[in-house]
Design a protein. Structure first.
Length: 335
């Protein structure tokens, strides 16, 4: 066999192996999704940061959530690269921005044969969205990506809302709301955080899970969620989607990380960063909605308000606190 044929055969085998690996990853992620029965819970805290108040009852619909943070193996199989600082196949992926997480969700959905959730300029294929904005990107590029919309009728993978994340961290209907952290009042039982001396991420699922069987909801890496950072509103209590507009320029992240003191790993803790930020302790996990069939074949998909859409009735109130959490190490950026 001549060299050209050998190269062609090798290329074909590499492509086949890549497709097989992607298929396996999609199946593995699907099998690791945990069903979460919807219900109501008391969201927030009275005893800590002002931005965790008011404590208010929130209704959550059924959904499913990945039992671990997205790993570096999973991320590389879907995206093709792994920019993580602390390398390890089963460590959580980090050095990912909110935009990176959104791209992952749509690519994973397409790989799994599901309807992608997110759209930019009416297009759901991230390969057609252009370059992902970074810290030094033009403001116009960031504004365009900040206008990503969410088709709530789509069955693909997405980021959890802040309310879904906190409900899952508590353990849903089966958890203990009195636990400060996800699955325990003793942080060392459930979280890799700043109390650990090596300062590195660790393989997922090496601490105890919570009542739903979810690992690392506290610690290891911060987890991006869908919402823009804004104050809680008592009236916004039915599957809330967060701030109605980009009032702060920051997206929510939850759960604390390897660089976080225990107070930042609490279920109720709220922190935020600009969506273009990549950090050595910033990661995410994915969820899927339980889609109820539309009453009419002609019914249009329901789309969440664009992130930069100003609500007709009122803007969000001025924020009670502005938290950058610089002590959590997010000033360490590798872009």
């Amino acid at each position: 066999m001549n060299s050209k044929k050998l190269i062609a055969v090798a290329g074909g085998l590499a492509l086949a192996c890549s497709v097989f690996a992607q298929s396996n990853i999609a199946e593995k992620i699907s099998s690791d999704m945990v069903a979460v029965e919807g219900g109501t819970f008391q969201m927030g805290s009275r005893d800590n940061e002002n931005n965790e108040t008011p404590v208010h009852e929130v209704k959550i619909n059924d959904f499913s959530i990945l039992n671990t943070e997205v790993t570096q193996t999973q991320y590389k199989a879907v995206i093709g690269v792994n920019y993580s600082h602390f390398k390890g196949a089963e460590r959580p992926v980090e050095e990912v921005s909110w935009y990176d997480a959104i791209v992952f969700c749509n690519k994973l959905s397409a790989m799994a044969g599901l309807t992608p959730v997110y759209s930019l300029d009416g297009e759901t294929d991230p390969d057609k969205w252009g370059d992902i904005p970074r810290m030094d990107s033009a403001d116009g590029d960031k504004a365009r990506w900040n206008a990503i919309t969410w088709n709530t009728s789509a069955d693909g993978y997405r980021l959890p809302t802040e309310a879904e994340w906190e409900y899952a961290a508590i353990g849903g209907l089966y958890g203990s709301p009195e636990n400060l952290y996800s699955g325990s009042n003793i942080i060392s039982d459930v979280a890799w955080n700043a109390d650990n001396p090596d300062g590195e991420t660790h393989d997922v699922a090496t601490k105890a899970p919570n009542a739903l069987g979810l690992f690392d909801m506290s610690g290891n890496v911060w987890e991006w969620v869908w919402d823009w950072y804004g104050n809680y509103h008592l009236a916004d209590n039915d599957n809330p989607l967060g701030a109605k507009a980009d009032v702060t320029g920051r997206k929510m992240r939850r759960g604390g990380s390897i660089n976080s003191d225990a107070v930042f790993c609490r279920n109720a803790n709220r922190a935020s960063s600009v969506p273009e930020l990549r950090g050595v302790d910033l990661g995410f996990r994915v969820v899927r909605s339980v889609i109820v069939a539309a009453d009419s074949e002609n019914e249009e998909p329901v789309v969440a308000p664009a992130a930069n859409t100003v609500p007709e009735e009122e803007d969000d109130d001025p924020l009670l606190t502005v938290e950058y959490d610089e002590e959590d190490g997010l000033d360490v950026i590798i872009d």
